[in-house]
Design a protein around this ligand. Structure first.
Ligand code: PGA
Length: 257
């Protein structure tokens, strides 16, 4: 397997300035001594991106992600941040398609497709989130639901562009609920996503694409999720806000590398 193992922490709208820098310092101090087999990604709130990126710049296996970007390069969009700006700050990734952005900020397939294109054009890699709500899981139509998310917002990319994408499968019913997808539910969907990438692009590209699991990933369930052959890492919300928990999850991933 030649794909990158990744554990990413999505801090969402949490932590004030002092708290954010101390969380970042704690994680970075330990990350420095950790194996570089696992790429660590921190996604702090936008105001802290630049400083935390500078703090991490000497640790090659740590990268920083923004939690959002606009689809235009610049202009009269008060309050927004462009992918160009992220690129100018040397930010590696942007998270796009997160269910909270879809739900609370009305980001539909079309808007997301534009954001995906804007990020790639600016030279910012993407962590593209997909995943179904509970009623879709209960109706057992999660595969077609996720496939539509991929087809409408991601699969317009060229093969070269798609190499800049990490996919995160985040079943909405598992996000922040304490309810995790079982290892086999995660594996089935990750395998399905990989198969769709292979069908749309090539087997080589699908094999090289990191697919992360997100949704109540924590130290107690990380090992069994990471033991699945198509689960390359995690996109962690709540448990990324405590350095010990986040570091333990990274260690679980490193152990199975
Ligand atoms: P959670 O969030 O780990 O708190 O469930 C994951 C995410 O939304 O990325």
């Amino acid at each position: 397997m030649n794909r990158q193992l990744i554990v990413a922490g999505n801090w969402k709208m949490n932590k004030n300035l002092i708290e954010a820098f101390s969380l970042a310092s704690e994680i970075l101090a330990k990350a420095k001594k950790m194996s570089d087999k696992v790429q660590i990604v921190l996604a702090p709130p936008a105001p802290y991106l630049h400083t935390i990126n500078s703090m991490s710049k000497d640790i090659a296996h740590v990268n920083i992600a923004a939690q959002n970007c606009h689809f235009e390069t610049s202009g009269a969009y008060t309050g927004e941040i462009s992918a160009e700006m992220l690129h100018s700050m040397n930010i590696t990734y942007v998270i796009l398609g997160h269910s909270e952005r879809r739900k609370y900020f009305q980001e539909d397939h079309k808007i997301l497709a534009k954001k995906v294109s804007a990020a790639i054009k600016a030279g910012v890699k993407i962590i593209f989130c997909c995943g179904e709500p509970l009623e879709i899981r209960e109706a057992n139509t999660q595969e077609s639901f996720v496939l539509q998310q991929l087809e409408e917002s991601l699969f317009h990319l060229t093969e070269a562009e798609m190499k800049q994408v990490v996919v995160a499968y985040e079943p909405i019913w598992a996000i922040g609920t304490g309810k995790t997808a079982s290892p086999s539910q995660a594996q089935d969907m990750h395998q399905f996503i990989r198969k769709q990438i292979a069908t749309k692009y090539t087997t080589e590209l699908a094999d090289a694409c990191s697919i992360l699991y997100g949704g109540s990933c924590k130290p107690s369930n990380a090992a069994e999720l990471f033991a699945q052959k198509d689960v390359d890492g995690g996109l962690v919300g709540g448990a990324s806000l405590k350095s010990e928990d986040f570091l333990q999850i990274i260690q679980k991933r490193a152990k199975q590398a």
